[in-house]
Each structure stands twice: as structure tokens, then as C-alpha cells.
Design a protein around this ligand. Structure first.
Ligand code: UTP
Length: 506
């Protein structure tokens, strides 16, 4: 273990010696913990990190003046759409996706290292229950959508595995691993669930000093979901994929309740187009919607943040009335293993960190703990989508928001992306699936409930219906259970009920 003298000398070189200012008064245990936390920080890298954070934060933000002239929507030949395509083509994408899954060439990778500060829970977001009748957590819903393996097996008659890689951070690894163990890995084979940890970086004050959150602890934060690329290298994850024969990786965020793991349609589209990198997108709801836009800058594919685009440009429309810059990024990607290898080996150092200004609790000069009311600290984060520009053959794939995207970001006090909106999105989708499969819903007297002419994302559906992913992955195959039957709300179609409803073979 490094001595206090050694650590102090390294911190001096980094201009961060203040981190040891309470060291002398600490008991041996906390002092050792602080030294152990500080020892691995490389002096030059730490110096640069702190200077860079303060300088980046001092830069003016807002729309970039010269951006409009450099911006273009993606060329049409680079964009696929799940809804604006004929059924045969869609089916061919899906078939190809299932073929690759059956060949064991597809893996999924979950980004679950975030701290979920806006949601405000003390445990990983994946363990959150949005209040579904089944009380399932986000992690459980995702684990059960691994049913896609079963669907591939049924089509191709071969056993296959989709390994599930889960990137965590110091904040989420312990509880996530524990949670999976407690739930028996949701009946998945633990050998196919690979958890690994991303790095942390110190949070920095506006004047470029790393922040002490306690006398014996530096305020550290995960290095953003773009920390993925370093973490892949740190833990030899790509080598693990290679050993398993994985060629294609579906990367997604923990908080999208509708996410389709290893979506065969998306995978198949990307593979048939020969893409090395792909992004699922949804049509922006309005010019003002605060999502990044997938487009081109100087002819190169990128995600441009909404704050960088002027309102006039954001409002531009095509002759058919759609927004010109409509491709909303939902942080849901396809990568070939080869592309990830090139990124981790060559391009990762060129990814520019982004500045996030946050309220970071700290100890003041007297050693008193302060919970700031205003943002006081800078967290530097890399973004997973910043690698798009390195792709040789990038494609975007537009999907329907009501089918595939409803993120959980905020507590219920906010007006968007809350537990309520996520729960409603899932239950509305399942209600639609049930109607499409020929179910009717009944009121308390057993009379048919009228079907509404349309379903609004701002209202609960007229009846509660939740379909287990173990019964249906994306709405398929429900007719055998539901066709022509009437159900009272709530209908929870899980495996047990499915067995009861299934016609008996004579
Ligand atoms: P968000 O940017 O929404 O951040 O993450 P968050 O940490 O979950 O929530 P806030 O901002 O603190 O409220 C989008 C996705 O990226 C992952 C998150 O777990 C989520 O799946 N992420 C984020 C990481 O894996 N690592 C990070 O360092 C940050």
C-alpha cells in the first residue's frame, strides 16, 4: 500500500494536495481508506482532468453559431424505419436477426452504472418498481425479455444463448450482483450474465479542485456511459465475447421500460445493411423536445444535443411536414464486435468528455459537511454515442415511441419520464396487444367495456393488462390465450394463466 508521503507527493504534482488536509486527524481505518482511494490516481491524468473540467465548464454553452451551416439530416439510404416499410422487408430483417441469435452471434450489453440522481433512489435504477400489477422491477422485465432466445430456438430448432453483459459502477455493482443472486438470476444461467465495473472520476469544483465529500472520501462519479469503452478494455470483455463467438452487440440503457433486448428486427436490419454501428431513434415529439438528434455534421454521423441546435433549425420541416431533424436518439445501439475493438484500441482517447454541473455534497475548510442548494461541482462524462463518427457504415433505425421508448429518469414530481409515465407506457402497450389478439375487457357487471377510439400517452388505458415477457416478447402469439375471451381488469397474463388459457391438445 502507498504511504501518505508517496500519495502526498503525487497529489502535489497534480496540484490537488488539499485532498489530504484532514488526513492527520483521521483514525487509522479511514486514513487507510482515503490513501487507498487516492493512490491509483495518476498525477498527470488527475491534473489534466481537473484543469479540463474547470476550463470546459467556463466555456459558454447554448446553440453553436456556425453549426446550422454544417448540419444535415442523415441521408435517406442510411435510415430504416420499422413502420414505413412493407411487411415482407420487415419480416426479412426479423428473420435475419433471429438467424444471428440462433447462431449465438448476438449479445446484449446493459449500461447500468448511472447514479440515478434525478429519480432519487439510493439503489440501482434497475431495481426500481414502477408499480406494475406484477410488481416486477426493470431488471426483471429485462431478464424475462431474454425470452428472445426461446423464440430463436423455436424458429431454428437449435439451443442458443444471448450473453448479457452488464456495465455497473462502484455505486451499482454490489447491489446489482446481490439482487441477481437473491432472485436466482431470474432463471438465467449465471455464466451468461457478466457484470463488470466502469471507472470513476473525481468531481471538481469550478476552480479546478477535486472535491472531498467527507474528510476521508473524495467525491467520485462514474465516467459517463461512454466509460463503456475503457471498461470493455479494463475487463477484457471483448475477448470474452470473442470466445463465445459473439459478433453483434445490442447496447441499451437501464431506464427504458419498453426496451427490446436483442431486438431481432433491429439486429437483422443492421446486419443486412452491413453496418458496423447503428442507432435506434424515435421521431421527435416536438421541436422543443430535449433529446439529442442523430444527424450529420460536416457529412459525419453524430448525435447533436438539443441545446446545441438553435430553435429555428430545430423547427425546420420537410415538405411532408415531418421535422427535418426528427431522429431522436434513445441511446440504443448496434455495434459489431470489430467496431468496438477499433474504438477501444484507437479512438477512445479522442472522445471528448461532456460537462455536467451538479450539486455535490462536500466538507468545507472547517470539516463541516455541506449539502449545497446550488450546483457547485463538475462531473465529466463521456457518452456512449460519441463513437458514431468513427463508424465506416453507420445506419439509423426509426421505431415507434409507443412500442419501444419510455425512459424512467425522474421522480413522480416531474412532468415527464417518471414512474407514472413508464408504467402507463407499458400498460397501454399491453392493453393494445390484448385488443389486437382479440380480447375484450368487461366491467364489474360483466358487460363489455367500449374500446376507446385512440389511446393517449397522458391517460391510463381503460383496463389494466400486463403481459409477462415470458409469455410474449413483443405482442406475438397472444391469440391462443385471448382470442374472443372477456377479462375483467386487471388481467395479468403470466405463465401460469397462459397454461390455464391454452387450448388443451387432444
Ligand atoms: P442518465 O444519463 O440518464 O444518468 O443515464 P443516470 O445516472 O441514470 O441518472 P441521473 O442523470 O443521475 O439522474 C443513461 C444510461 O446510462 C447509464 C445509466 O445507468 C443509464 O442506463 N450510465 C450513466 C452509466 O452506465 N454510467 C454512467 O456513468 C452514467
Amino acid at each position: 500500500m502507498a504511504s501518505e508521503r508517496e500519495v502526498r507527493a503525487r497529489l502535489q504534482r497534480a496540484g490537488q494536495e488539499h485532498l489530504l488536509r484532514f488526513c492527520a486527524e483521521l483514525a487509522p481505518g479511514p486514513r487507510a481508506a482515503l490513501l487507498a482511494e487516492l493512490a491509483p490516481l495518476e498525477p498527470e491524468a488527475l491534473r489534466e482532468h481537473c484543469l479540463r473540467a474547470a476550463a470546459a465548464c467556463a466555456q459558454p454553452s447554448g446553440p453553436q453559431p456556425d453549426l446550422a451551416a454544417r448540419l444535415q439530416p442523415l441521408p435517406l439510404e442510411r435510415v430504416g424505419s420499422v413502420s414505413r416499410v412493407d411487411p415482407d422487408t420487415r419480416r426479412s430483417w426479423e428473420q435475419e436477426g433471429f438467424r444471428q441469435i440462433a447462431l449465438n452471434k448476438v449479445a446484449v450489453l446493459l449500461l447500468a452504472g448511472g447514479q440515478g440522481t434525478r429519480l432519487g433512489v439510493t439503489y440501482p435504477k434497475g431495481m426500481y418498481r414502477v408499480g406494475l400489477p406484477s410488481q416486477k422491477t426493470l431488471y426483471q422485465l429485462q431478464a424475462e425479455r431474454m425470452r428472445v432466445e426461446q423464440l430463436a430456438r423455436e424458429r431454428h430448432g437449435t439451443r442458443c444463448t444471448v450473453p448479457w453483459y452488464i456495465m455497473t459502477s462502484e455505486f451499482t455493482l454490489g447491489p446489482t450482483a446481490e439482487f441477481f443472486k437473491e432472485h436466482d438470476f431470474f432463471h438465467l444461467d449465471p455464466a451468461n450474465v457478466v457484470m463488470f465495473e466502469q471507472r470513476l472520476l473525481p468531481a471538481v469544483s469550478f476552480d479546478g479542485r477535486a472535491i472531498l465529500e467527507r474528510k476521508d472520501k473524495v467525491a467520485m462519479a462514474p465516467d459517463g456511459n461512454g466509460g463503456l469503452y475503457r471498461a470493455l478494455a479494463d475487463h477484457q470483455i471483448l475477448e470474452d465475447m470473442e470466445r463465445r463467438g459473439v459478433e453483434f452487440v445490442h447496447v441499451y440503457c437501464v431506464d427504458n421500460i419498453l426496451v427490446r433486448l436483442a431486438d431481432p428486427v433491429f439486429i437483422g436490419f443492421c446486419v443486412l445493411r452491413g453496418a458496423d454501428c447503428g442507432a435506434k431513434v424515435v421521431e421527435k415529439a416536438s421541436p422543443e423536445e430535449p433529446v439529442g438528434v442523430v444527424c450529420q455534421v460536416d457529412g459525419v454521423a453524430q448525435v447533436v444535443e438539443y441545446s446545441e441546435i438553435s430553435p429555428e433549425v430545430a423547427r425546420l420541416r420537410t415538405p411532408d411536414g415531418r421535422l427535418l431533424y426528427s431522429a431522436g436518439n434513445i441511446c440504443n445501439h448496434f455495434f459489431t464486435r470489430g467496431f468496438l475493438q477499433t474504438v477501444t484500441r484507437e479512438f477512445e482517447p479522442f472522445l471528448e468528455p461532456h460537462v455536467a454541473v451538479k450539486k455535490v455534497p462536500y466538507v468545507d475548510e472547517e470539516g463541516t459537511l455541506v449539502k449545497p442548494l446550488e450546483p457547485n461541482g463538475i462531473k465529466m462524462e463521456k457518452f456512449v454515442f460519441d463513437v458514431l463518427r468513427f463508424a465506416k457504415n453507420f445506419v439509423a433505425f426509426e421505431v415507434l415511441r409507443e412500442d419501444e421508448f419510455s425512459p424512467l429518469k425522474n421522480a413522480d414530481t416531474a412532468d415527464r419520464d417518471t414512474p407514472t409515465t413508464a408504467r402507463r407506457a407499458l400498460l397501454t402497450q399491453h392493453y393494445r396487444w390484448a385488443l389486437q389478439a382479440g380480447a375484450h375487457f368487461l366491467d364489474e357487471e360483466g358487460a363489455w367495456l367500449p374500446e376507446p377510439p385512440g389511446l393517449s400517452p397522458d391517460e391510463d388505458p381503460p383496463a389494466v393488462c400486463e403481459v409477462s415477457p415470458l409469455v410474449s416478447y413483443s405482442g406475438e402469439g397472444l391469440e391462443v390465450y385471448l382470442q374472443g375471451r372477456g377479462f375483467q381488469s386487471p388481467l395479468v397474463l403470466n405463465e401460469d394463466l397462459a397454461r390455464v388459457l391454452q387450448p388443451q391438445e387432444s
